[in-house]
Ligand binder design. Sequence first.
Ligand code: GDP
Ligand code: MG
Length: 847
Amino acid sequence: MRLSNLSSGEKGVICKVLGRGAFRKRITEMGFVKGKVVLVVKNAPLKDPIEYSIMDYAVSLRRNEASMVEVMTEEEAKKFNLAVSTTATIEEALLETAKIAGKVINVAFVGNPNTGKTSLFNQLSGAHEHVGNYSGVTVELKKAQVKLDGYTINLVDLPGTYSLTAYSPEEVYVRKYIAEEMPDVIVNVVDATNLERNLYLTTQLIDMDVKVVMALNMYDELTLHNDQLDHEALGKMLGIPMAPTVGSRGRGVKDLLQAAIKAYEEIYAVQKPSTVHHHHIHIYYGAEVEAAIADLQRLMRISQNADLFYRYSTRFLAIKLIEKDALMTELVRKECANADEILAAAQKHVAKLEEEFKEDSETIISDAKYGFVAGALKETFRYGKQNRHSHTKKIDNVITGKILGFPIFLLFMWVMFYTTFALGSYPMEWISSGVEALSGWLSGVMPDSLFKELLIDGAITGVGSVIAFLPNILILFFFISLFEDTGYMARAVFITDKLMHTIGLHGKSFIPLVMGFGCNVPAIMATRTIENRTQRTLTMLIVPFMSCSARLPVYILFIGAFFPHHAGTVLFLIYLAGIGFGILSALFFSKMVFKDKGQPFVMELPPYRVPTLKSIIRHMWHKGSQYVRQMGGIILIAAIVIWALNTFPLNSARLRPFDEQAAAVKEHYAAALAQRAADSATLAAAMEKRLHDIAAARSNAQHEYSYLGQLGHAIEPVMRPLGFDWKMSVSLLTGVVAKETVVSTLGIIYQADSNDNEDEGSTAQLKQRLRDERYHSGAKAGTPVFSGVTALAFLVFILLYLPCIAAIAAIRRESGSRWISAFAIIYTTLVAWLAAFAIQHIGSWLA
Ligand code: GDP
Ligand code: MG
């Protein structure tokens, strides 16, 4: 528990002091060190400061300061299940427990993407998180606990980053995590075969002045190349203990943890608080920059409000201000009493430095960092004789080559899609018929009730639609994982980058867009790998134009009904239209709205690696379950809402005539039967037919006057210019849940699915009904609702209008902005409307 949370009169033993630098020094000097008992004299809620008594001295700490001290209370000590009785006093017992609590170490893994963080993490924790040969695979926090040498070590696997500047959400996230969660030790995982680039991040950790231990991962490859690294010397130079590791095989992981424990003990050793800065070095940025840093640090020190400096070192903040880091500038502005003075000075220094160096201040700093890294390596590292990654180079010459690059890429994409749909259609059918069988069985055994309808028409149908697509999605993910793990994905990014740049996107946008053809939800999730925010947002906005597989059933139905002779062409044109609208939108937004050139970004080409099947399957499974979790809940809720809208109000008055009619029919036939018993079979059949028609009309009326039907009528005026009637409007509304629902809604409204029909039959019947549908009233009474042009307009509307609820939720989550998701809804629907309008009018004019 944090010291600030104790109330008056409570006692606690200090287990840990968090925070950093000057703060730690001061607080340890006041006597707040591990193992000391603190008594709260007065702690009134919301009152600052809090009075404490420690070693019989009265001390007052500000709430913020007290929250940096971790203590063990009696309550907690009991929970630790220690034999409190064996020790004499409570205080001794507390001390005993605090010793154990002090042996809990929080360790965070930080490193470039693709350096083996997750592999090491899995080795240490026995977890099975996905490892992939592609950047951006780890996107959420993975936590695990390990016990070693009497310590409990809490591990966190952070997303991979190249840097701790504020260009990508990962970077911001990692930086914030380090500063705010204050892990005791950072394990910096580096690719030992690529130190030059990897150590750049390390220089930023050094700036942050955090306790770092380095895992020299991929040490096997280093040895294989015969490269020579004097890691002890390098460790001394950087002030960072190093442990060679092989993440994929678990070699060196124990040494790594022991190094982390040792580093931890150095900070928290009660006897020698003076060793706090023992390992901390400064990177020298040159006289001019150093002078600016010193000046800014001086200004920060006079700042009265010092909370910020518990979390961030002043040197780090000063460097960030010189780099013009927007987030840090904001933080200083908010938290420093003399922010104006500091920021004005920073601006002055930046201007001066840029004038002197004729260079952007950020570049000045990063050049110095690279210089530092190069210098450190020059003394400690020798390349081996072997030609590095020569097989990778040879393969790359072909795969990313000018001539074969694109054809090979297209071939892979084609294989991916073909397999996804061809292979996926079998399990999809099994699942669909399984769900149908379940519904059928339930409707047989359950007594009629609203609950039964809710369960069958709402819940099972909704969830069934999600699960039916799961095989497709798993196969798609299988390929994506395969591409990622082998290293091909990075090449795909590379190949498509130029193309994507012409429409304002990045090579990394390509994969999400391609995935969009499978399902928009994982595609939107995949935009996380795009560093540039503008490009990420833009990609998210145009993913919905990539026609997802859920729209296919609608196309198939309508194309079958209205364009049976040009089915393939029409389908192809629809997909092409989606891509076209995506490109136009991207062009429009990037040229007109964002006008952001986007940061040029290192596109690294990791060496090709032979992936293990286990890892691919695990990856596929991980993403698949993410899909089910994201979609399942939302779709279930939405399906139930749509069901309710479609069922209520229960208009019994309006429906009574149908019931009376049905009763009359039954009576009539009963009478007829009594007279002509010989004809019983024909009579019964005739009665069935009439009853069926009445039931259909009854349910039609129910639908028309349900809330959903009313909504459909309400939006009909908006849809009329497109040639859509209320039934189409209703089906479009339900399509918001999931686009394939459009088909089932049309089925319900047109009463095509009578129970005695075969599956095939009901689709054919629905097609016929669509063709036969006429306007009942108004100016167009008697004319068919669907012409070829209207059908086409409807298809294009389905293609373009707002993606399903799950996709919107994904946009909301990934963009972190309500506005962007709202914009996506409005924009796509507007485009859909305009396109359908154009088709309707140009079409009727041509016809
Ligand atoms: P992360 O992005 O940093 O989490 O990296 P991953 O743990 O996903 O690993 C990236 C790739 O490197 C995977 O294909 C691993 O199997 C592979 N890998 C990890 N550690 C080592 C290692 O020490 N040696 C070799 N040769 N490969 C490794
Ligand atoms: Mg990872």
